[in-house]
Design a protein around this ligand. Structure first.
Ligand code: PEP
Ligand code: MN
Length: 339
């Protein structure tokens, strides 16, 4: 249920409502709107009639059911788009696009420093790099782990770019959260509910990738797992899904972007690197992503893709990234965004 507060409701009104929601056995989530607050009351749906009583409390405008199964993520609970602040300089979901770039994996100090400098010079807003890599084969490079986190953090400090890196299990979540500005949940873990719940208890924004076989509804339910634990700063990511097509690594489902924008207030970014798997297709799909209404992009860039330990064929060189960023500016303007 959603408890819509009146625009003139006082702090005491709100606190009394929160207490009452808890008394009735529900978990309240305050969502700050531009003119008024709404409180999402989430819990056992069978008892929802008793929540209607709250309508008579001071400062309450109305109590209405949330029809969508993804309650906190839905547009029903929050009409305006959420702008997620990462640092004082970087946010996502506003007019300005947010471009995240860097290598698939942190491989060495030299490699991550060079990558960070290159993407910053080209105008990226955030640095990516995996320290824990979930690989299809147990014999492939698994990431530099904590050493990788340290190097990524150093590269972030050196360039002034916030950093994003993947969390692969609940055990290392707190460690990763000590270093990262944004936590990434990869496609293979997008329905690892224990991990999502754990991440929901951290205070860091989360970039949640779509599982390669997940429907959009399932993606939003995974976002709901994170949000229902109290962490509302979720950024969704379309990164391609499995289809019968083999010309590309995945099929980048750009139609997911307007659907997500219609269904939820959460920002959405597109990953054309994993979405296509081939560097020559990355830039065209990045432009298309902006046209489709994405709030940002996540792009793999490597100083020497032919030597990359993972995802070399889909990684741009710094030069290719620079060229793409220059052209992206024109597409951003056409879409009413800035870069
Ligand atoms: C990555 O970002 O390098 C990655 C492993 O992505 P995905 O989970 O989308 O495959
Ligand atoms: Mn990768």
């Amino acid at each position: 249920m959603i408890v819509v507060m009146k625009s003139g409701a006082t702090k005491t009104d709100k606190e009394k409502v929160l207490d009452r929601i808890r008394e009735l056995g529900y978990k309240p989530h305050v969502i700050h709107g531009t003119t008024r607050d709404v409180i999402g009351a989430v819990g056992d749906e069978r008892k929802k009639l008793v929540l209607q009583q709250i309508e008579s409390m001071s400062g309450v405008e109305s109590v209405v059911p949330i029809l969508k199964p993804y309650k906190l993520a839905s547009r029903e609970v929050k009409k305006e788009k959420s702008i997620i602040k990462i640092t004082d300089e970087v946010s996502i979901g506003g007019r300005q696009l947010c471009v995240i770039a860097g290598p698939c994996a942190v491989e060495s100090e030299k490699q991550i420093m060079e990558s960070a400098e290159a993407v910053r010079t080209a105008g990226a807003h955030m640095l990516r790099g995996g320290a824990y890599k979930p690989r299809t084969s147990p014999y492939s490079f698994q990431g530099m782990k904590e050493k990788g986190l340290k190097l990524l953090a150093k590269a972030g400090r050196m360039t002034g770019l916030p950093i994003i890196t993947e969390v692969v299990n609940p055990e290392t979540a707190d460690l990763v959260a000590e270093y990262a500005d944004v936590l990434q949940i990869g496609t293979r873990n997008a329905q690892n509910f224990e991990l999502l719940k754990k991440i929901g208890k951290t205070k860091k924004p989360v970039l949640l990738k779509r599982g390669m076989s997940m429907t959009i509804k399932e993606l939003l339910m995974s976002a709901e797992y994170i949000m229902s634990e109290g962490n509302h700063r979720v950024i969704l990511c379309e990164r391609g899904i499995r289809t019968f097509e083999t010309a590309t690594r995945n099929t980048l489902d750009l139609s997911a972007v307007p659907v997500i924008n219609n269904e939820t207030h959460l920002p959405v970014v597109v990953d054309p690197s994993h979405g296509t798997g081939h560097v020559r297709y990355v830039a065209p799909m990045a432009y298309a992503a902006v046209a489709s209404g994405a709030d940002g992009l996540i792009i793999e860039v490597h100083p020497s893709p032919e030597h990359a330990t993972s995802d070399g064929p889909q990684s741009q060189t710094p030069e290719a990234f620079m060229e793409m960023m220059a052209k992206l500016k024109l597409f951003a303007e056409a879409a009413g965004r800035t870069l």
